[in-house]
Unconditional design. Structure first.
Length: 135
């Protein structure tokens, strides 16, 4: 019986599952407002669902208007198990989050609690442009 179903069970229920990775879901929102004197109080918030990912494997990079989140969720031990359903994705991941505003990368802060990564990115002040008419 193992010979007949051996490849089917291992390929379909995890043991032979390829490490293709996944893309974690994210929420992106903006809050706060710029002060009257141009003080930065507005920020972008990015929340990523990274349940099962260890803090040590998470890397963040900010480049222009992009936040790149990379890491890896370890594969589950499937030995001795026959799965009916296997939906929790595992393996390496890379998620690029496009932002709609310029941010101050040096002032970004991140926290990780209960499997949720929360990144706060202060928005850059709008550059003050002066319009002068030259006669």
């Amino acid at each position: 019986m193992d010979e007949l179903f051996g490849d089917v069970w291992s390929d379909r229920w995890g043991a032979g599952r390829p490490q293709s990775g996944f893309s974690p879901p994210v929420d992106v929102y903006y809050c706060g407002e710029a002060g009257e004197q141009g003080d930065v109080a507005a920020k972008a918030i990015v929340k990523a669902d990274l349940a099962g990912v260890t803090l040590d494997s998470i890397r963040l990079e900010i480049s222009g208007r992009e936040l790149v989140i990379t890491g890896e969720r370890p594969l589950q031990d499937t030995e001795g198990r026959v799965y009916q359903q296997l939906e929790i994705e595992a393996g390496p991941f890379k998620r690029v989050v496009e932002l709609n505003a310029d941010v101050v990368a040096e002032e970004a802060r991140a926290t990780y609690e209960d499997g949720i990564l929360r990144v706060e990115l202060p928005l850059q002040r709008e550059s003050v442009t002066t319009r002068v008419r030259i006669e």
